[in-house]
Design a protein around this ligand. Sequence first.
Ligand SMILES: [Zn+2]
Ligand SMILES: [Zn+2]
Length: 151
Amino acid sequence: MSKESKFIEVLRRNRLRVTKERMEVFRTLSLVDSPLSRSELLSSLRNYGMHPPTLYRTIELFVSIGIIQSLSSKSGEVIYELLPPFAPHHHHYRCMSCGLTFPLEVLDDAPVEVALRSLDLPGAVVYHQVDIFGTCFECLHEQSLVGERVR
Ligand SMILES: [Zn+2]
Ligand SMILES: [Zn+2]
């Protein structure tokens, strides 16, 4: 099944209409390989004639039905990425200092994946998420520079 037909299926399952705007926002997100901010989405959809309020409502809707999730970028801007099955499976490293989210590629046979598959769960699995929190090397470096200046 193509990504678009899966997307239409999710809309139908949530009793939502398949509108041109919803299709366009979904297509824009699936064409790029990385998360997009509202302003990036808006500029890619401007030619299409998307009005900002329509885009913002669509984003909120997609978040609420689990098509995308919000992350934060280096600049502190909120960015949106597609969730499975619309994006390849990956984990995240999130810096608690600058807020940047790094995608981590994981192979299907990685020990963490094997361990998660072997869990005895009280239900069926749709997907899982692994977010690792810490301080990124760039922030660690900056903090050590600040420490030196204080001394
Ligand atoms: Zn950082
Ligand atoms: Zn995983």
